[in-house]
Design a binder for this molecule. Structure first.
Ligand SMILES: Nc1ncnc2c1ncn2[C@@H]1O[C@H](COP(=O)(O)OP(=O)(O)OP(=O)(O)O)[C@@H](O)[C@H]1O
Length: 265
């Protein structure tokens, strides 16, 4: 049962952190961050290099234990909810020499489902092929994963997340190193998941696409600078605070256009 003391907003949220601090050698790289991801949103975590974005994700996913604070998935500790969470890692963090066929990599997503033993091998293959179809990669099902291009590998990892049918999918820089066509294809898949009511949380680097791709954003630079709807938060003063005043007036004009600054937190 969810803890009755938790705020309703946290219980309803697919992903909420409270007072999250991550430290290496007693140095906080994420400091006391509160953040609630709205259900059915496509939310970006944005900040400069070294801002703590990956550390926040690693702490949230239990990959590092150097944290204090709370991480909740629908109000419960994430360890109890891992079946509801899919993760697409950064492509360069994966050993692509690992000998595995594309179809097997995708089907591995099913083994996080506690009921995997109820499916036959044929069910696994059918579900994995459906997911590969959604990312346009069914023709590559029997290829070795290491023989694919970077963009194709990224699509396969997205298919592996899709097969889990998770309520929350967390992606670490899904557009890094992919071409424009692949980026568009991935965005379309992510938006279709959002339209099905699922929640997407992405570490994202390209400030120029935040407004087009995302509806909510966390601006992070060790501390939370601002979080909320993109239209409210992705504004000049918060961007300057996040990037330490390093964005030029021309860059800012391109990013926020003529949109009026309407506050944010
Ligand atoms: N294992 C580690 N040990 C010590 N320091 C670390 C470790 N991992 C990350 N750091 C430090 O923590 C800080 C935040 O790193 P992190 O990778 O979380 O930032 P990021 O926002 O994801 O950066 P980028 O945009 O460059 O990927 C950096 O100063 C980094 O050097």
């Amino acid at each position: 049962m969810p803890d009755p003391r938790l705020a309703r907003e946290v219980i309803a949220s697919p992903f909420a952190i409270q007072g999250l601090t991550v430290s290496y050698d007693h140095r906080p790289v994420v400091h006391s961050v509160d953040f609630v991801v709205p259900p059915g949103s496509m939310t970006a975590i944005v900040g400069p290099n070294g801002a703590g974005k990956s550390s926040l994700l690693k702490a949230a996913l239990g990959i590092t234990r150097r944290l204090t604070g709370e991480v909740r998935v629908f109000g419960r500790p994430i360890e109890q909810m891992s079946r509801h969470v899919a993760f697409v890692p950064q492509r360069n963090s994966v050993d692509w020499d690992f000998p595995a066929r594309v179809i097997d990599v995708v089907a591995m997503g099913l083994f996080r489902d506690l009921r995997w033993w109820q499916f036959s091998g044929r069910d696994h293959r059918r579900r994995a092929m459906e997911s590969l179809g959604r990312v346009g990669m069914e023709a590559f099902a029997d290829r070795q994963i290491g023989q694919l291009s970077g963009g194709q590998q990224q699509r396969v990892f997205l298919a592996r997340a899709l097969v889990q049918e998770a309520d929350l999918t967390i992606l670490d820089e899904p557009f890094a190193g992919v071409d424009a066509a692949t980026e568009t294809a991935i965005v379309e898949v992510l938006k279709s998941l959002r339209d099905e009511g699922r929640t997407l949380l992405c570490v994202h680097h390209d400030l120029s696409t935040v407004r087009d791709y995302f509806d909510h954003v966390l601006l992070l630079n060790v501390r939370r600078i601002a979080a909320g709807p993109v239209a409210e938060v992705f504004v000049e003063r918060h961007l300057q605070a996040t990037y330490g005043g390093r964005l030029s007036p021309v860059q800012l004009a391109r990013l926020v256009g003529s949109a009026a600054e309407v506050g944010g937190r």
